[in-house]
Design a binder for this molecule. Structure first.
Ligand SMILES: Nc1ncnc2c1ncn2[C@@H]1O[C@H](COP(=O)(O)OP(=O)(O)OP(=O)(O)O)[C@@H](O)[C@H]1O
Ligand SMILES: [Mg+2]
Length: 295
């Protein structure tokens, strides 16, 4: 890979006799947006927690920027589904607290300026003095995003960050996260159950099979243009081939993949570009070409 920045190196998670997954390998490049899709219980949150350093793999390791990780770090910011704001602090207080944890020698003006920049970025200008109890669900989630971004982490980790929101708010926040990630070049790893959300946001969509013994079956490269917009995305000729490919995986192949693919090499997960021939073949990957949809 050109610029392998974060990688899972053969990680396994077991609870006693139960193997949730084993031998998972995945590399992410700097600035890349990776989504993981898979059925409930396959181990997505476990992978994210291991990336965050909040959980330990039974085997294997995680490398971030050429170093193996040990425990949580301000290099990796997590956004959970249920935002975990400090209820007694204001919006500014919550974000500033994170900023001052990262840059302990900064004076209060520096901390405030950094916090304000990210409060502005997520569209909360004017709400700096509100406390979490005075905010809507979407606004709280924005504070969580501002707080995560304000420490300028090497990686942002999101576990179904929008699933508790109404459709309109979810759409707006997806637009904002997409814009911010593009503007800041933020490397992001996100779990979602929402196929359209993954197609809109992700550069790469990792398809996980059902557990126990879950594997990453495919890395789907998003063939839609980087400049895609929510409006009209479904009219792009590659949209349905991509969407159908993912849904087909979730509906049938996620259950049968392991049995039907004996000897599957989890270290070399195939890279797939639905509806498109593959111009670049990563040296260490098998590429499955899906014929018949290219335009
Ligand atoms: N402490 C534990 N002891 C035993 N099994 C556990 C423990 N914690 C999690 N598991 C199991 O690990 C598996 C993976 O859990 P995980 O939360 O990672 O799934 P997930 O893919 O995030 O699911 P969801 O989509 O529902 O959030 C589940 O089958 C769960 O039952
Ligand atoms: Mg989960």
């Amino acid at each position: 890979m050109a610029d392998k920045f974060i990688s899972l190196e053969g990680i396994a998670k077991r609870y006693g006799e139960a193997t949730i997954f084993e031998n998972l390998w995945l590399a992410m490049n700097r600035g890349e947006f990776t989504c993981v899709i898979g059925h409930s219980g396959c181990g997505k949150t476990t992978v994210l927690n291991i990336l965050a350093g909040l959980d330990e793999p039974t085997e294997g390791t995680v490398i971030v920027d050429n170093q193996s990780i040990a425990g949580p770090s301000l290099d990796r910011a997590v956004i959970f589904q249920g935002h975990s704001l400090l209820p007694w602090r204001t919006v500014m207080g919550n974000v500033a607290y994170a900023v001052s944890s990262k840059w302990r020698r900064w004076n209060s003006a520096q901390v405030k300026a950094q916090a304000q920049k990210f409060i502005d970025l997520v569209g909360l200008t004017g709400s700096e003095h509100k406390r979490p109890s005075e905010l809507s669900g979407g606004m709280k989630q924005r504070v969580g995003i501002a707080r995560a971004l304000s420490i300028q982490p090497k990686m942002m980790l999101m576990d179904e960050p929008f699933s508790a929101l109404d459709a309109l708010t979810r759409g707006t926040l997806q637009d904002e996260v997409r814009r911010i990630c593009q503007e800041t070049g933020q490397t992001t790893f996100m779990i979602t159950h929402d196929v359209d959300e993954a197609i809109y946001l992700a550069d790469k969509i990792v398809l996980m099979t059902n557990g126990p013994g879950a594997v990453m079956a495919e890395i789907v490269e998003n063939p839609l243009p980087k400049s895609r917009e929510r409006v009209g995305i479904h009219k792009h000729p590659l949209y349905y081939p991509l969407r159908n490919h993912i849904i087909d995986f979730l509906v049938t192949r996620s259950r049968t993949f392991v049995a039907q693919t004996p000897g599957f090499d989890t270290r070399h997960v195939p890279v797939v570009r639905p509806g498109f021939d593959t111009p670049e073949v990563p040296a260490d990957s098998t590429v499955i070409r899906l014929a018949g949809h290219a335009h």
